[in-house]
Design a protein around this ligand. Sequence first.
Ligand SMILES: [Zn+2]
Length: 65
Amino acid sequence: MEQVQANCDKCGAELVRDAAYCERCGTRTRRARRMVGIAIRVELLFFGLVVLLVIGFTWIYAAQR
Ligand SMILES: [Zn+2]
């Protein structure tokens, strides 16, 4: 199970539940960092799919000529 982070890694201030940033120093919480990582991975996956589509269509048009 996911452990809820109760204190900031940097300054040790108490964090609001489900907070993305520390209210005192502005450091991202572990949960927020992981969410950013997931978002980047999804974006890269989506970008890869678009590239594959473009290559696929280019290949189809080239093959039709
Ligand atoms: Zn902090």
